[in-house]
Design a protein around this ligand. Sequence first.
Ligand SMILES: [Zn+2]
Length: 125
Amino acid sequence: MNCPFCDHPKSHKHGKTSKGSQRYRCASCRRTFTETFDTLYYRRQVTPEQVEMILQAHAEGSSLRGLSRIGKRAYGTVVDIVRAARYKAQLGHNEEVQAVECAQITGDEMWSFVKKSKNDVVQKI
Ligand SMILES: [Zn+2]
């Protein structure tokens, strides 16, 4: 198993974590890590199957509160899993999609901001 910190190919078993998963130690930088380090499953009490179910259902349009009720997980847990997946996906996208040559660009959304002067703000009574 390669070290996630320095990519050194040699690591040794280094006891277990408090949750019982195998801990490894890099022979080069001597830092410790687990198999799930830097994945969506790292330090979660949710099984990989549940994480995949939540993400699949979210991709199909289920509401986060609905997923929380059906999966019997806290709303914050569901939101955190979706956010972590989004972050990982963005990193993967940024790494893979670079220097794309294109002749034309099409936009499907445009946002604008209209500044409001302080005096125009309606006061709620
Ligand atoms: Zn290392």
